[in-house]
Design a protein around this ligand. Sequence first.
Ligand SMILES: [Zn+2]
Ligand SMILES: [Zn+2]
Length: 389
Amino acid sequence: MSETVREKAPLNWVTTILFSVTFAVAVTAVPVYGFLVGYDAVQWLMFVIVLAFCGMSITAGYHRLWSHRAYDANWLVRSFFAFWGACALQNSILIWGSGHRRHHRHVDDIEKDPYSINRGFWFAHIGWMLRNYKSGTVDFANSQDLQRDPIVMFQHKYYLPLVLLSNIGVPALLGYLHGDIVGTLLLVGVLRLVVSHHVTFFINSLCHIWGGQPYTNTNTAKDNFFLALVTYGEGYHNFHHYFQTDYRNGVRWWQFDPTKWLINALSWVGMTSNLRRVPDFKIQEALVQMQFEKAQAHLSLLSHLPNMEAWKENLEKEYQQFVQTMTDWKKLRAEWYEQKRQEFAEKKQELQDKWQRAAVRTRFMEMEYMLKMQRKRLQLFNMNFASFA
Ligand SMILES: [Zn+2]
Ligand SMILES: [Zn+2]
């Protein structure tokens, strides 16, 4: 183990007191007040709405917009995310984004990933913020684009007043209007903050421990439906670590990803734009590749069984086909871009081109279908062997 892991960095008093006090109030004063005085439905509704505002400002704003540039948003959306992101109290966009980019670049590295899971659950969840670790040193060299966004810089400069205004001012005002300042401060101020904190922290801790790895096993990130339910869709973390520039984390249409739906809905009214999507073929490629790895692992585990040579041959043939499909796809895509470039240069709009375009599209669809069928065959293969193992 490296020195860094055993490093006893100096305590960060601000975060330690903040996390301890808010947690202590959430588990004592909040239920006691609820028992003695009670909270009404309107207060619970305010709790849920402010919780969602903070959560989505982190997932859609801090994370997918600013850290990954997965889409563009107008100033109104960015201001909203900047304000409620300050309310989530996870540091400024600039500091958060810079650290998160380092997390992706050096994922799992105990020296360079600021919240590496290889330093344990506690460290990845909250421990990394409680001490001034070397791995957490702030360096904005990777965030020059963020420094050019005036809203990011405004939030960074006035972070503390924004935190106080959103965390104390807003709940106090809501409480005043509702007629119960203390209760609203406890629920919308403190409990909301603690829930919001730990739910987002799960993305760095549990999402690197618990779940499946359908897209890649080159890092610890996992896909987990249950975590997606409480993290506004960020539980599909395995996909995210492989295709980080995609604005979706739950990439399939049926996967629970409210952040993706929000970004999409805002694009219909022109408030977000340039939503980045990884080509479907690339996603299929990753899925098939992982199925091959699983099949290989099964075969090597079961090499003592009879008829294994035939299975190995089958798998080898499948792999050849896979490599061929990928090569054909890359070639076709290059041709497609070349054709588009020529069309653009010559500005021709002839019927023949349309016919050609349709033919190319059909070939793309054929390849996608082949890959999909191959994935299904491999899944069956793996299911079969999983019952042996
Ligand atoms: Zn990310
Ligand atoms: Zn991660």
